[in-house]
Design a protein around this ligand. Structure first.
Ligand SMILES: NC(=O)c1ccc[n+]([C@@H]2O[C@H](COP(=O)([O-])OP(=O)(O)OC[C@H]3O[C@@H](n4cnc5c(N)ncnc54)[C@H](OP(=O)(O)O)[C@@H]3O)[C@@H](O)[C@H]2O)c1
Length: 305
C-alpha cells in the first residue's frame, strides 16, 4: 500500500516520503480500515510518539497521521462493535503507524460510525479538533452556561470548534487570532474578537475559561485573566503557568466513541460547521505539507478519490 513515512527526526516536513509499505494486520480488538480521508496536525513531527513506541524504542519508519474516515475491511481476534463494510471515523493510537496510508490497523474502540450522509473528508476533519475542543471545554474546563471563554486561534482547527461548542453551550466567547482571521472567527460564532497583533488582550477583563492553543507569552498573559475558580486549559505542552486563583489543565486528546458521535451529530444538524482548509490527494500530500503557503483550517488528505 502507499503510505507517508518519516525516518529522520531532524528533517522536518522535508523528510516525509510517499513509499510502498505492507498492508497492516488486525491485532486483538483491532479493525483494519481502508482510509478514504485523513487529517494531519503539523506539530506531529515534534511529538515523541511519532518516533518511539511506548517503551521508547525507535519505531521509524513511522507512518504519519492519526485521524481518519474510511471503511472497515477486516476485524481482529475478539473485535466487537463494528463490522466489515461499515463507514467509520476516529482517532488512532499516537504510538502506532497512522492514517496517511491506504490502510490502517487500529483499536475498534477508537472509532465511531460515520453516518452515510457525512462525507469522508468532513469525517476526517473532525476527530482531533472536535475531541480536543469537547474534552477541553466540558471535561477539563467544566464549562457552564453563562460563563465566558477566551478561545485562542478561533479561526484555526481546534479554536473554531471550541468557539462553536462553547456558544452552543451558552457561553460568551472571545475569539483571538491574527488580524486576517477576524471575520472567520466571528462567522464561527465568536461574540467578539481580539487581534493578538494589534489589540490589547488585557482589555477584555476577566474570563472563566481560557482555551489555549498558542502557548508562550500569550498563555502567561491569558492565565492572568482567569477569574477566581476559573480554568486555563492548554493543549500546547505541559506547563507550570497557573492562574492566581484557578486551575490549569494541560492534556492530550483521547479517543472517545460517544463524543465522536455527539460531534458528528452536530455537523449533521448544522450546529457545527467543519473548518476544512486545503484538500489534497495522497500523491500530493508531501508537497502540500512542505508548502510555505498559509493553510487556514484543517488540511485533509483524500487518500481514495
Ligand atoms: N494536546 C492535544 O491533544 C492537542 C490536540 C490538537 C491540537 N493540539 C495543538 O494545538 C495547537 C493548535 O492546533 P490546530 O490544529 O488548531 O492548529 P491551527 O489550525 O494552525 O490553529 C491555530 C490558530 O492559532 C493562530 N495562531 C497561532 N499563533 C498565533 C499568534 N501568536 N497570534 C495570533 N494567532 C496565532 C494560527 O494562525 P496562523 O496559522 O497564522 O499561525 C491559527 O489560526 C497545535 O500546537 C497543536 O499541536 C494539541
Amino acid at each position: 500500500m502507499k503510505a507517508i513515512v518519516v525516518t529522520d527526526q531532524t528533517a522536518g516536513p522535508a523528510g516525509m516520503k510517499l513509499v510502498e509499505r505492507p498492508e497492516p494486520q488486525a491485532a486483538i480488538n483491532d479493525v483494519v480500515v481502508q482510509v478514504h480521508a485523513a487529517g494531519f496536525v503539523n506539530t506531529e513531527l515534534e511529538w515523541p510518539s511519532t518516533w518511539a513506541d511506548r517503551a521508547f524504542r525507535d519505531r521509524t519508519p513511522s507512518i504519519l497521521g492519526h485521524e481518519l474516515a474510511g471503511v472497515v475491511t477486516a476485524l481482529g481476534y475478539g473485535t466487537t462493535g463494528l463490522s466489515i463494510g461499515q463507514r467509520v471515523f476516529g482517532l488512532s493510537d499516537w504510538h502506532r503507524d497512522g492514517t496517511l496510508a491506504e490502510y490502517v490497523a487500529m483499536e475498534a474502540r477508537n472509532l465511531a460510525p460515520l453516518p452515510g450522509d457525512v462525507d469522508f473528508t468532513v469525517g476526517a476533519s473532525l476527530p482531533i479538533s472536535g475531541l480536543t475542543a469537547w474534552q477541553g471545554l466540558f471535561q477539563h474546563g467544566r464549562l457552564q452556561a453563562g460563563q465566558s471563554v477566551l478561545a485562542h486561534g478561533a479561526a484555526g482547527a481546534v479554536g473554531s470548534v471550541v468557539t462553536q461548542l462553547a456558544r452552543e453551550a451558552g457561553a460568551y466567547v472571545i475569539g483571538t487570532g491574527r488580524a486576517a482571521d477576524r471575520q472567520k472567527a466571528l462567522d464561527f460564532g465568536a461574540n467578539e474578537f481580539v487581534d493578538l497583533g494589534n489589540d490589547t488582550l488585557e482589555d477584555i477583563g476577566g474570563v472563566d475559561l481560557v482555551f489555549d492553543v498558542i502557548g508562550g507569552d500569550i498563555q502567561k498573559r491569558s492565565a492572568a485573566l482567569v477569574r477566581a475558580g476559573g480554568t486555563l486549559v492548554t493543549v500546547v505542552a505541559p506547563t507550570d503557568v497557573r492562574p492566581a486563583d484557578g486551575l490549569t489543565v494541560d492534556f492530550v486528546v483521547e479517543a472517545d466513541r460517544v463524543q465522536l458521535s455527539e460531534i458528528v451529530q452536530r455537523v449533521r444538524d448544522g450546529r457545527l460547521r467543519p473548518n476544512i482548509g486545503k484538500v489534497s490527494p495522497l500523491d500530493d500530500a508531501v508537497a502540500t505539507f512542505n508548502s510555505t503557503e498559509r493553510r487556514a483550517g484543517k488540511t485533509v488528505i483524500r487518500v481514495r478519490p
